[in-house]
Design a protein around this ligand. Structure first.
Ligand code: PLP
Length: 394
């Protein structure tokens, strides 16, 4: 076997992703890109804000000697300070540059945290539905993923979490706003989780860390804000990026923030910096670090996303689909009218509708729609969704 068994079985397990992609390409060739309604990708179709382009031009026009060299593995002090200042304001906690490590996106940041925390076979709890990559990230570092169901409306089920936490539990990954459900967890839930973890840590004599994966924190609707995790959970990390809020997914710029109240903050910081280096990231992209330093209070306009959410929510509920209204991010996670979500998604392809089965997020019986795409294509997809609803008599 030319590749490792672990990679071989991961490839086999996720072959449906490749199949769906290939099917989409085939349909686009036959019918043309504007007649294929591809709701599978989480790649924002919006451009970065004006401020980003201005800053890019300013930096390019005034190159600083050494600006393309290696720097401290944690990233530029100035950038980390700018991030810390905003986080300190949001959390009311004394966050400093010493709590920030710049990373290669949130994906890179999650790998750095997991590498730093995990001993072999320790468990990381995720709540279903969850971002499919978590399973691979945890496995990268020798850990085991433990799936815990959510309560009504995909909210956290503290009783189920309490039952799942044991001596092997090292961390819980929380993702709010959630991919794929769009749900935001309210402050009361996080406060409840904080109390639960304090009790469990006492009972088990271990630390159970919360890793809050928040790349969608600034894409929220209806006046909602995402509560700052540091206020509620002592042993916590915020991992995020500017992939979505500044629409820079290809630039791979993100960071990890350590709660200043965490036990052994300095040791953890050193561990994260070591992992960032030895995973081969070395440091986050230099130019992007400089760019985002002055953009910490800037985000893309979310008006277009809101319009798409509202349009699709009306459409889906009008057609009879059972769906939780997303509070943030750019995904819907409706229930399938039949139990077999893979079959449902396959049958949707007949109408050139490309959807992702819930099984890909650890929750069969649902499907995901990603709406970070052109509004005209969303409008063009109405007859296809209508036909699909008719086929299943909903
Ligand atoms: N976490 C979630 C929930 C995501 O949806 C994504 C990307 O889609 C990531 C992490 C990774 O984001 P990044 O581009 O910052 O690595």
């Amino acid at each position: 076997m030319p590749i490792a068994q672990k990679i071989e079985s991961s490839l086999a397990g996720s072959s449906w992703i490749r199949k769906m992609f290939e099917e989409g390409e085939k349909l686009r060739k036959i019918y043309g890109a504007d007649k294929v309604y591809d709701f599978t990708l989480g790649n924002p179709d919006v451009e970065p804000p004006e401020e980003f382009h201005r800053e890019l031009q300013r930096i390019a026009a005034n190159p600083i000697p050494g600006m393309h060299r290696y720097m401290s593995n944690a990233g530029y002090e100035e950038t980390r300070q700018a991030i810390a200042e905003v986080l300190a304001e949001e959390s009311g906690r004394p966050v400093t540059a010493g709590h920030i490590v710049m990373t290669v996106g949130a994906g890179g940041g999650l790998n750095v945290v997991l590498k730093t925390l995990l001993n072999p076979d320790e468990e990381v709890i995720v709540t279903t539905p969850y971002f499919v990559e978590y399973g691979f990230y945890v496995s990268n570092h020798g850990g085991k993923i433990k799936e815990v169901p959510t309560a009504a409306g995909f909210q956290l089920d503290l009783t189920a979490l309490s039952d799942a936490i044991g001596p092997q539990t090292r961390a819980i990954i929380i993702n709010s706003p959630n991919n794929p459900s769009g749900v935001v967890y309210p402050a009361e839930t996080l406060a409840g989780l904080g109390r639960l973890l304090e009790e469990k840590e006492k009972e088990l004599g271990t630390n159970v860390y919360v890793i809050s994966d928040e790349p969608y924190a600034k894409i929220v609707y209806d006046g909602i804000t995402v509560p700052n995790m540091f206020k509620y959970i002592k042993n916590s990390f915020i991992v995020t990026s500017h992939s979505k809020d500044l629409a820079l997914p290809g630039e791979r710029i993100g960071y990890i923030a350590i709660n200043p109240d965490i036990t052994d903050s300095e040791l953890i910081f050193n561990g994260l910096v070591f992992s960032n280096r030895t995973l081969g990231f070395v440091n986050a992209p230099a130019l992007m670090q400089r760019l985002i330093t002055s953009l910490q209070r800037v985000r893309i306009s979310i008006d277009d996303y809101r319009a798409k959410r509202d349009f699709l929510y009306e459409l889906l509920t009008g057609l009879g689909f059972e769906v939780t209204k997303p509070m943030g991010a750019f995904y819907f996670f409706p229930r399938c009218p039949i139990e077999d979500d893979v079959e449902f998604v396959n049958r949707a392809q007949k109408y050139n509708l490309l959807l992702v089965p819930g099984s890909g997020f650890g929750l069969p019986g649902y499907f995901r729609i990603s709406y970070c795409m052109n509004m005209q294509i969303i409008r063009n997809s109405v007859p296809a969704f209508t036909e699909l609803a008719k086929e299943f008599n909903i």
